[in-house]
Design a protein around this ligand. Sequence first.
Ligand code: DGT
Ligand code: CA
Ligand code: CA
Ligand code: ZN
Length: 563
Amino acid sequence: MEISNREIASKLLLISELLEITGDNIFKIRAFNRAADIVGRANSNVAVMSDDELILVPGIGQAIAKSVREIVETGTCKELEELRAKIPPSLVELLNLEGVGPKTIAVLWKKMNIQSIGDLEKAATGRRIRSLKGFGEKKEKGFLKSIALYRAAGGRMNRMEAELVVKKLEGSLTPATWTVAGSYRRGKSTIGDIDIVTTESPSVINPKLRNNVDEVIDEGDRRTSVRVMGQRVDIRFSHERQYGSMLIYLTGSKEFNIRLRETAIEMGRKVNEYGVEDRTDGKLHEFSTENDMFAFLGLQYIVPELRENRGEMELAKNFRLPLLIGPCDIRGDLHVHSEWSDGSLSLEQLACKGEILGYEYILCSDHSASLGITHGLDDKKLKQQTIAIERVNRAGGSCTLLQGIEVDILSNGSLGLENHVLSDLDLVIASVHSGLKEDRDTMTRRVISAVENENVDIIGHPTGRLIGKRSAFEIDMARVIERARDTGTALECNASPLRLDLDDTDIMNSKEKGVSISIGTDSHREEELANMRYGISIAQRGWCSAKDILNSLTLKEILNWAS
Ligand code: DGT
Ligand code: CA
Ligand code: CA
Ligand code: ZN
């Protein structure tokens, strides 16, 4: 498999960060930083470019091209390895902490010999950092909070990381003989470890795994645990005739399994991972598919996304489970950035990609111009964009571009653009991007003033969380949901695997109150348009049907809804 632009970019970024930590030349730092940005946004695959093509890319000179070539071929490069050798390995992990950049790390390392997260924690707890020039008490407390957050994520993977781990394992498994179970299959926004069920025999799989993984934690005939890309994977071996029950058991959730066992007991039966036992004669009924086992227990089939013991069992008993939103119901993407702000796709490319995805519409929602946002659009730029969008639409493809904006909710609750500008647009998303540290009441009031603006149609990523990096800001979601219902404002299910915001429970609460959910990928690059699938899983986990999802409306209906 070819290395992606994103992976190359992250290596280049790491080089620039390590250069900064080691105190290298500022021009060199900037050059690698800029190259990372360029590669990350490039539309064509950098890995397949020839050396001559690479050097022609603005911002990539001889030296960086050489590093890129080495990264493509070996996964790393001399520059990076030499830098790594200059610093303690544990120092790099500090870069994962929110609010801790290379500059900070350089000072902490050189002035206080802080070499790891543990060192930083000790120093901050011992109130030793506040004495450093430029590092008051506030910073010290901030470090402790970032460390707590990093630990709380507990190494849980986001969906994208989990998919990379699964991809790595594909080579050791025979197609069509295995399924990823656990939280991964239930579509959760974060995944603790990967659970796999396979009907292949351990004597075939185990030797392959030994050659293919970083570490074998435990090897056996019933299960094998390994570590891949630093993550734990449990592989469970199952007879083909018991595959259905094993899959149900390992898909969970644990609470669902417990509820299923109780339900079976009420029928005089006992459930385990091998099947269903009759309690009178002890006979074991086996099932090769999940469907067969649910049917045997007199239950409607429950999709994995619903298996959380939130009332699904009662409904399944009566065959009254809701018909959930699915990929075929989605008629468009309601949050996409173009090259007019910080995205990489042109308007033509967006319309064309939308057509390939079978969409009726894509909402082009670039950032508004305001403090701290680079390349944001102002009134004048928006008017130019209107003309450009009309031109693309006149070309007559099957996917219409809607013009929107992702307008900033400012710290006083007002919006980054005037109302008369917003009212000309098809749909308006309002999002908080700055001042995230205010108290709960302030944050709630800020968001609610956007909800109450009659030009705002959708609240973007309503809690502001970045999975594993930044927790949700303080907000009273119940109050926001109530006002959204009163004003007919939709709340976003941001489908980026780094956000998944709102998450399942808030979506369930919104849906119950009759608030529409808008699924948008927040794409800045072509490949991110495919993130829609993560948003759909989250909406399913929030019990949403097509009628609850804004982008299941037709083009005509959605324009009607917005007006
Ligand atoms: P994770 O990995 O933390 O994201 O969450 P899961 O749901 O993948 O949990 P995991 O990996 O600990 O276990 C996989 C499945 O195995 C789980 O979904 C249900 C089943 N399971 C685990 N522990 C228990 C248990 O104590 N009782 C029952 N009934 N099932 C369990
Ligand atoms: Ca798991
Ligand atoms: Ca597990
Ligand atoms: Zn945003």
